[in-house]
Design a protein around this ligand. Structure first.
Ligand code: NAP
Length: 355
């Protein structure tokens, strides 16, 4: 077969003001400027050297908020490495093996890989850590393996089991509750018999969260988080996806000895003037505990339990999920901007190619 185009989504420029030595990166990336779609390369699928590795075709790629933090200068330290200028961005994806020289993989295998370049095709001369062969999709769409059954679902499940210590009848507050992490936390908390208060950024998202079984749902853009938490609390557990003002209000509403699960701070990922906490003293006054965590660390301990518990729950519809599919690799940057500004409605994935 003649060589074919290998389209790639390239990190061309660092978004404005990201040179600051701070984790709070200013300015969302601009499609066509900071990230550009490049179709200048071709690949010979039959003959490209594999050097003992595999040739893979990207099927579905994940867009997650943390991708923003990788669009920075190389020398700025972070919990994940910076992307390289001039190279495709990377993230979690489902790929199909086209050719293989690797003893563990064969053509036709489907793989969940944590670091897939945003390109139509990639030669992996080395297999990235935590690569999982998906024996079959078990009747669940591949894209769901990036959301409810992928990294976000794993984050929700693993940290909930490790840190929440939630008991029946306790009250839990969840922010960004319609997203892939928040929506799983809402459902796990309900399965544990908790009262769930949940917030989201639009009325349509709030309807979704209500359908998941949350007891009190509000749009934090049009209703007062403070009033609702004061009325519906006190909180035993706060699952914090956003940081900032919501965390501050939650601190005031926590019950003594409450637990805060600090999952992310998306309210300030593009904001150099991050909101400063005013209610910090609640930690000692109420003897609160706060747990920061990264899914990578919890993964080895929980992955088997996660799959054993969650695959049947998802298959039977006992854990629900919603996807927001963007078709075409060329829209990846806009998809990231949409997630960072709350325009996604469900787990954002890029459908690169049909199987
Ligand atoms: N600790 C870990 O290992 C780990 C792993 C993965 C993700 N995370 C973090 O978990 C959080 C949720 O991730 P996800 O994948 O489930 O995201 P997501 O819900 O798909 O997308 C992010 C959502 O955050 C909300 N948001 C955006 N700007 C906001 C703001 N200024 N204030 C409040 N909410 C805002 C938006 O929803 P609304 O429209 O409802 O505002 C947006 O849809 C993020 O902070 C992410 O970085 C942590």
């Amino acid at each position: 077969m003649a060589p074919v185009t290998n389209a790639r989504h390239i990190f061309r420029e660092i978004p404005q003001d990201s040179h600051m030595l701070t984790p709070n990166l200013s300015g969302a990336p601009v499609p066509g400027k900071d990230l550009v779609h490049d179709t200048s390369e071709t690949i010979d699928l039959d003959n490209v050297p594999l050097k003992g590795g595999i040739l893979a075709k990207a099927l579905v790629l994940s867009i997650d908020p943390y991708v923003r933090s990788r669009l920075r200068e190389q020398h700025i330290k972070g919990y994940v490495p910076a992307f390289k200028l001039g190279q495709p961005i990377w993230n979690i994806g489902i790929v199909k093996v086209i050719r293989s020289e690797h003893p563990d993989y064969k053509a036709g295998d489907y793989l969940y890989i944590w670091d897939v370049p945003f390109a139509d095709y990639t030669v992996f001369t080395e297999i990235p850590p935590r690569t999982t062969k998906l024996e079959s999709n078990k009747g669940i769409p591949w894209s769901a393996w990036l959301g409810v059954l992928g990294m976000p679902g794993q984050t929700a499940y693993m940290a909930w089991k490790e840190y929440s210590r939630a008991k029946k009848g306790e009250t839990v507050f969840v922010t960004a509750a319609s997203g892939p992490i928040g929506s799983v936390v809402v459902q796990l908390a309900k399965l544990d018999g908790c009262k769930v208060i949940a917030s989201a950024g639009s009325d349509a998202k709030c309807d979704d969260v209500r359908a998941l079984g949350a007891d009190v749902v509000f749009n934090y853009k049009t209703e007062s988080t403070k009033e609702i938490l004061q009325r519906e609390g006190p909180l035993d557990v706060y699952w914090d996806n956003v940081g900032g003002e919501s965390l501050d209000e939650a601190l005031l509403a926590m019950r003594e000895h409450g637990r805060i699960l600090q999952c992310g701070t998306i309210s300030n990922y593009n904001d150099p003037n991050a909101y400063g906490l005013k209610n910090y003293s609640m930690f000692f006054q109420k003897e609160l505990q706060m747990f920061g965590f990264l899914v990578f660390t919890l993964y080895p301990k929980y992955i088997d339990r996660f799959l054993a518990d969650m695959v049947p729950l998802v298959k039977e519809g006992k854990i629900k999920h919603r996807e927001d599919v963007t078709k075409g690799l060329e829209h990846s940057c806009q998809a990231l901007v949409d997630v960072l500004s709350g325009k996604n409605h469900g787990k954002k994935v890029i459908l690169v190619a049909e199987d």
